[in-house]
Design a protein around this ligand. Structure first.
Ligand SMILES: [Zn+2]
Length: 88
């Protein structure tokens, strides 16, 4: 008997290491842990924290625009500004 637990590759919930499917999200070894199983009543067990972690990653890291995108925005602004001036 194997009692160790591993995170579900699909939803991250703890499932038995030898489990063939996840009882939380319904994904299974058979479909490569990629899809929800045909469990229709999943919503009652909806785990908000897991949902946030899955879709938004670390919540604290996503509250501000990443510096990379800010740099891109500034560069675009400069390029468009110069182009606008050259048109005059
Ligand atoms: Zn799962």
């Amino acid at each position: 008997m194997n009692d160790s637990f591993v995170p579900c590759p699909h939803c991250g919930a703890e499932i038995k290491a030898d489990a063939k499917f996840c009882r939380f999200c319904g994904s299974s070894e058979a479909d490569g842990w990629a899809e929800e199983g045909d469990w229709s009543d999943d919503s009652e067990d909806f785990d908000y924290e897991e949902f946030v972690a899955d879709n938004f990653g670390d919540s604290s890291a996503n509250t501000q625009v990443s510096p990379g995108w800010r740099a891109v925005a500034v560069i675009l602004l400069i390029v468009f500004g110069l182009g606008f001036l050259l048109l005059w």
